[in-house]
Design a protein around this ligand. Structure first.
Ligand code: C2O
Ligand code: CU
Ligand code: CU
Length: 380
């Protein structure tokens, strides 16, 4: 990575636009840059940071430049006895000589999926708990392009939070789909002695061409639950954190995601577009007003799922539509990334509080690089 420009983007965090590591705000190789920001009250959540330089994000991230950034609340309704553990998933592809091979045509189409899913940099690490223990776990999908549908064998999962903080009430779950860049906060109860494993299930996200990776049956983490009984754990409260409604939207925007295929000198080339356009750093796609609530309709007319991400704020998903069937979101949650399945429309409401240029894009980083990104300029 010698000699490359970079930036640091604070994924999901409400930081000023000129501190958010935008692609047009590169730090030259060898230069330094101090990012400063103050987080507003009420922004506790599971964030992360990664580079965002123009045309180089995908490679810098799969080579390892990313980290978790947890913002803790001063007053936290989740019992401290559960601990607070980050599980950050990445996936690594290693060549026979131990090097990291560059992206292939297949990677550019589908996004780069590696061969080894790692948790905090380790393959199938172990965690030891006593019977009856409850643990707070923050799961991060920090892979470039791997969809993770996850389940715990021999332990019970309760969802307590999304990217931007706690839900209003806990919600039991059998399995969880985490698309690239999504996060979830869980409380997991280990009530039976033995091994409790976190494993992957099948999920078809629309794979182009041959070589679809085997999604199911990977063991990502093994929890050894000892015969010893844990001290009685304080119960999880029934109410967690109130989530304010963003109010009635005054503007509606429609963003249509498509894929194109074109012949070039080097063969077939894929393009990933929003409203028919590939990203242009010098173009403003949307002008918005700070403090105004907007409804964004993300329409996926492509053959693959695309996890949609917006910078600078957290949004609320209102509903999803597929084949004319509309499903309202069953609960409120603060999100900054949402999977839009192929053929699906997701409606979300959002409000940017601060002025400046913000990016929105597919978080399959190879798709972002090949054009599926735009700029919303928020004006005071
Ligand atoms: Cu995770 Cu535009 O970023
Ligand atoms: Cu981001
Ligand atoms: Cu995509």
């Amino acid at each position: 990575m010698e000699g490359e420009p970079s930036t640091i983007h604070w994924h999901g965090m409400p930081v000023p636009a000129d501190q958010d590591g935008n692609p047009m705000d590169e730090v030259a190789a060898g230069a330094d840059r101090m990012y400063t920001f103050e987080l507003p009250e009420g922004s506790a959540g599971s964030y992360w940071y990664h580079p965002h330089p123009h045309g180089r994000t995908a490679e810098q991230v799969y080579r390892g430049l990313a980290g978790a950034f947890v913002v803790k609340a001063k007053v936290d309704p989740v019992p401290a006895a559960y601990g607070d553990t980050v599980l950050m998933f990445t996936d690594l592809r290693l060549a026979a000589d131990g090097s990291l091979p560059g992206n292939t045509m297949k990677d550019l189409m589908n996004g780069r999926v590696g061969d080894h899913v790692l948790v905090n940099g380790q393959k199938n690490p172990r965690l030891a708990v006593a019977t009856g223990e409850m643990r707070r776990l923050r799961l991060y999908n920090a892979t470039n392009a791997r969809f993770l549908r996850l389940a715990f064998a021999n332990a019970a999962m309760t969802v307590i939070g999304s990217e931007g903080g706690l839900l209003e009430a806990p919600l039991a779950a059998d399995d969880i789909l985490l698309s690239p860049a999504e996060r979830v906060e869980l409380v997991v109860s280990f009530d039976r002695a033995g091994a409790a494993t976190l494993t992957t299930l099948d999920y078809d996200r629309g794979w182009m061409g041959p070589g679809r990776p085997a999604d199911a049956g990977l063991t990502l983490l093994t929890v050894d639950v000892s015969e010893t009984r844990a001290d009685t754990m304080p119960p999880l409260p029934e109410r967690l954190n109130p989530i304010a409604s963003l109010g009635q939207p005054t503007v509606t925007r429609r963003l249509v995601l498509t894929e194109t295929m074109a012949m070039s000198a080097s063969g077939m080339e894929m393009g990933f577009l929003i409203n028919g356009k590939a990203f242009d750093m010098g173009r403003i796609d949307i002008v918005a007003r700070a403090g105004e609530t907007e409804l964004w309709e993300i329409v996926n007319q492509a053959d693959m799922d695309h996890p949609f991400h917006l910078h600078g704020t957290q949004f609320q998903v209102v509903e999803r539509e597929r084949d004319g069937q509309v499903a309202r979101s069953p609960y409120l949650a603060w999100k900054d990334t949402i999977n839009v399945a192929r053929g699906e429309t997701v409606r979300l409401i959002t409000r940017q509080e601060r002025p400046g240029a913000r990016m929105y894009h597919c978080h399959i980083l190879e798709h972002e690089q090949l054009g599926m990104m735009g700029i919303v300029d928020v004006r005071a």
